[in-house]
Design a protein around this ligand. Structure first.
Ligand code: SF4
Length: 394
């Protein structure tokens, strides 16, 4: 799957669950799992469940059974990403010296693709870190403080659909908590294990996934909105950001059509839409796959296309089709991807909380810690910069 579409060689699967198990068995360590949106619609397939089954409660129970001290939801950090990214978009739209379009930056394979092949667009990449990039430093500062934990003892483990995240967490810039706290060499996120690795670990421990009693996330950073849920599929980041940007720009309730932004949904490789928000025309595009992204960037360079905000994911269908997800055993292709996407949208529809900016835990973190989106502390911990890697091409 993902390995076949990665053009930059950053997607390789190096199993890490045995290192995580060693941390679990070390009484001096506090192991905190954080789960990405699309793991919960794919993990069940590893245990014979129907494709796209929504298994959030059992997945949390499994992580507790494997010895996690805390289980948190990366959907919380997806909401945080939306708060920062939507406000960054507004800043770009209202400022003359920051380039548009804003390009999403939550896919590390896409970020590395831009750095390598289109460095002239690196200032267009959103400076907002990915959800995992925000979850890590926030756990080792805000969460550690709330729970009275020593950040040096925390072992942060991201459970993701994504092999490229193994590269992302090891980028030099991903040490913000250590820099803020003055702890040298402390990484924000310590390990990434994929959906498949999690299933391997469960099997190695002889855990009967289907027999697990459902369990819930820990509070403080354990609550995400429906907007955070749909981060896991193509178009989801765009839809989530547009909901929050609308509220920030107008101060009005989000209208019904923005809860179901059909133009950016579905498995087409490139989707476009024009929206009017607070009298401003917003031209947006949603793309997956680097061939589609390359076509789009080239058309922008030639002056044929104009957008203000573009979402790009490398994997087919977004993270639900990530390289660390269960293999497509039935060769269902888009059929499988659509079932996983349906699982996420169904969850979003069921939720009362569907807006990142209305998540009470997000409101609390800004009140008690980050102050407001794009504040100096938020810039230090939640934002990053990019490098020109074109010389790697020789
Ligand atoms: Fe990872 Fe998602 Fe990007 Fe695929 S689309 S490389 S799973 S972040």
């Amino acid at each position: 799957q993902c390995a076949n579409v990665c053009p930059v060689g950053c997607i390789t699967e190096v199993p890490e669950w045995e290192s995580v198990k060693a941390a679990v068995n070390d009484p001096d360590k506090i192991v905190i799992f954080s789960t990405s949106p699309s793991v919960r619609v794919a993990l069940g397939e590893e245990f014979g469940m129907e494709e796209g089954s929504f298994v959030e409660d059992r997945m949390v129970a499994l992580l507790r059974a494997l010895g996690g001290d805390y289980v948190l939801d990366t959907n919380f950090a997806a909401d945080l990403t939306i708060m920062e990214e939507a406000n960054e978009l507004i800043r770009r739209l209202t400022s003359s010296n920051i380039p548009i379009p804003q390009l999403t930056s939550c896919c590390p394979a896409w970020v590395k693709f831009v750095e390598t092949y289109y460095p002239e667009f690196k200032e267009n990449l959103s400076t907002s870190k990915s959800p995992i990039g925000m979850q890590g430093p926030t756990i080792k500062t805000y969460f550690a403080n709330q729970e009275n934990l020593d950040p040096k003892k925390i072992v942060n483990v991201a459970v993701t659909p994504c092999t490229a995240k193994k590269f992302e967490i090891r980028r030099e810039e991903m040490c913000s908590a250590g820099k803020t706290l003055g702890i040298e060499g402390m990484r924000d996120m310590d390990y990434v294990i994929t959906t498949r690795e999690l299933a391997q670990w469960a099997r190695a421990e002889g855990i009967d996934f289907l027999a697990l009693e459902p369990a819930g996330y820990d509070p403080f950073m354990g609550k995400g909105s429906g907007a955070g849920v749909i981060f896991g599929n193509t178009g989801g980041v765009m839809e989530a950001a547009v909901r929050t940007a609308y509220a920030a720009l107008t101060g009005e309730p989000v209208p019904d059509d923005l809860y179901d932004l059909k133009e950016v949904r579905g498995l087409a490789g490139t989707k476009e839409a024009s929206l009017t928000i607070a009298g401003t025309r917003l031209e947006i595009a949603v793309v997956y796959g680097t061939a589609n992204a390359r076509r789009l960037l080239d058309s922008i360079k030639r002056g044929e296309k104009f957008y203000q905000f573009i979402e790009v994911m490398t994997c087919p269908g977004g993270c639900i089709g990530g390289g660390g997800q269960p293999k497509d055993k039935n060769f269902s292709g888009d059929g499988l991807r659509q079932k996983r996407i349906d699982g996420l949208y169904a969850r979003d529809r069921q939720m009362k909380l569907r807006l990142s900016h209305e998540n009470p835990e997000i409101k609390a973190i800004y009140k008690n810690f980050y102050e407001k989106p794009l504040s100096p502390l938020a810039e230090e911990m939640l934002h990053t910069s990019y490098i020109d890697r074109s010389s790697d091409l020789g």
